[in-house]
Design a protein around this ligand. Structure first.
Ligand code: AMP
Ligand code: GLY
Length: 422
């Protein structure tokens, strides 16, 4: 079987390592992949947003199955285009990927179907937004409608910051067209939980829960990043909360999308906050999270390709999706200066014995030599029966990965450990 994965980050590397475990896979391609992924798949230099060339490559090479991992190609209709050429895919079509592509859409969907989320207003006019903010409760949260590389959310602690956020998004167009509309929503408090789920549009199968660490520095200091580390499972996601999420959030979301004629097939990401009034949706993503995938997939015991194909064939109800009863931790090693500016081009060495445990996000091959090429460079993952064992295992991998200007957080998993003690 010939399988293709669209994307180039640590998440895609984690997916590829898992897909390779299936002996039916004879050829595995990554478009465009990266220098580290090249160890595990054939990388082809076609960008993840270059839909025409992705489709051409898949068609000409008789690809049997395509996994579209990142948000951009999903929102742009990569799955629709591949399917139009007879290629089976994992990932939602554009009309369902809009659940991430437009926050105005997702908020309105939740309101219409009574799915718990922060109270909100939407605006397409900056003056009206500013007028509203004059009396809105503070702190408040201002969000660009469209995709913004995870940066389109501004938490305003004062009224002035809220006005500035509107100006930055709507007038200065800091996130381009993504800021033509905005959502202004209630500031929520409580621990955050990520739940990735498989859904074929009929049933939803949550994967093991996880916890991201978004700030750049230890003890949650410094700037927001794409994620500096993850652990799974998340201690705040108790059995009771899980049941409540299934009843009030997961099933209602799947059936709402179906009712709207936007059946979602793929991985639906629930970003949740456990507030004092119960779990509420912070955001939906139409894809696997990065770096959540790097802790969730290593715990998946069932065969990933089999589960994905069951999603495509709408046979998820009959398919076993089993996770190990264990903990996982992933520590991101980044280039010093990330997420603002950083030097690249340092040699990256990953000691042989930990190759399997390292997911490469930002490195390219210069001849035979791997060199850093991004802010987040690698994710080092560890599994253990207990969380402390998983954390130790992940940091033991960190010690065996070397590159210039490396920095990483030293406290990944500590918040979760504290939660277990509370
Ligand atoms: P998002 O891109 O929507 O996930 O937002 C990024 C981060 O901003 C989330 O992970 C939360 O930490 C925070 N955030 C987003 N919306 C809210 C909200 N309504 N209240 C509090 N924090 C929020
Ligand atoms: N880790 C957050 C995301 O993938 O959007």
């Amino acid at each position: 079987m010939k399988v293709l994965v669209v994307g180039s980050g640590g998440r895609e590397h984690a997916i590829i390592k898992k897909i390779r475990e299936n002996p039916a896979v004879t050829e595995l391609y990554a478009l465009p992949g990266n220098g580290g992924i090249a160890q595990d798949a054939v990388c082809v230099d076609i960008g993840a947003k270059d839909i025409d060339n992705i489709v051409r490559f898949a068609y000409e090479n008789k690809i049997d199955y395509a996994i579209v991992a990142p948000d951009d190609p999903l929102v742009l209709g990569c799955v629709d285009a591949l399917e139009a050429h007879g290629i089976r895919c994992f990932g939602p079509r554009a009309n369902a990927a809009i659940i991430e592509g437009s926050k105005v859409f997702s908020k309105n969907l939740m309101k219409k179907y009574g799915i718990p989320t922060a109270a909100y207003e939407t605006f397409d006019d900056a003056d009206k937004a500013i007028e509203y903010l004059k009396t809105a409760p503070i702190p408040t949260v201002v969000k660009a409608d469209g995709l913004a590389l995870g940066k389109g959310v501004i938490i305003a602690m004062t009224r002035e910051e809220a006005y500035d956020a509107v100006k930055e998004i709507m007038l200065d167009k800091a996130f381009g067209k993504s800021g033509n509309q905005i959502v202004i929503e209630e500031f929520m408090e409580g621990p955050e939980v990520t739940v990735l789920s498989f859904t074929d549009g009929n049933v939803v199968v949550p994967m093991v829960s996880s916890m991201d660490h978004k700030r750049a520095g230890d003890n949650d200091t410094g700037l927001n990043t794409g994620g500096m580390g993850t652990v799974a499972p998340n201690p705040y996601y108790t059995k009771e909360i899980a049941d409540e999420c299934m009843e009030k959030i997961f099933l209602p979301t799947i059936s709402a999308l179906k009712k709207e004629g936007r059946t979602f097939k793929g991985c639906l990401y629930f970003g949740l906050m456990i507030t004092k009034d119960g779990p509420k949706v912070v955001e939906y993503n139409c894809r696997f999270g990065d770096p959540e995938t790097q802790v969730v997939l290593p715990l998946l015991e069932s065969d990933l390709l089999t589960v994905m194909q069951a999603v495509t064939d709408e046979k998820l109800a009959e398919t076993e999706v089993r996770f190990k009863d264990a903990n996982a931790c992933c520590v991101i090693m980044a280039s010093e200066g990330y997420p603002v500016s950083y030097e690249k081009g340092f040699e990256l060495t990953i000691e042989e014995e930990v190759q399997d445990r390292v997911f490469v996000a930002g490195a390219k091959l210069d001849g035979d030599v791997l060199k850093t090429s991004g802010g987040r460079v690698v994710g080092c993952s560890g599994i253990g029966k207990t969380l402390p064992e998983a954390i130790d295992a992940a940091y033991a991998v960190v010690d065996k990965v070397h590159f210039g200007n490396a920095f990483y957080r030293h406290d990944i998993g500590q918040r979760a450990l504290k939660a277990y003690r509370e």
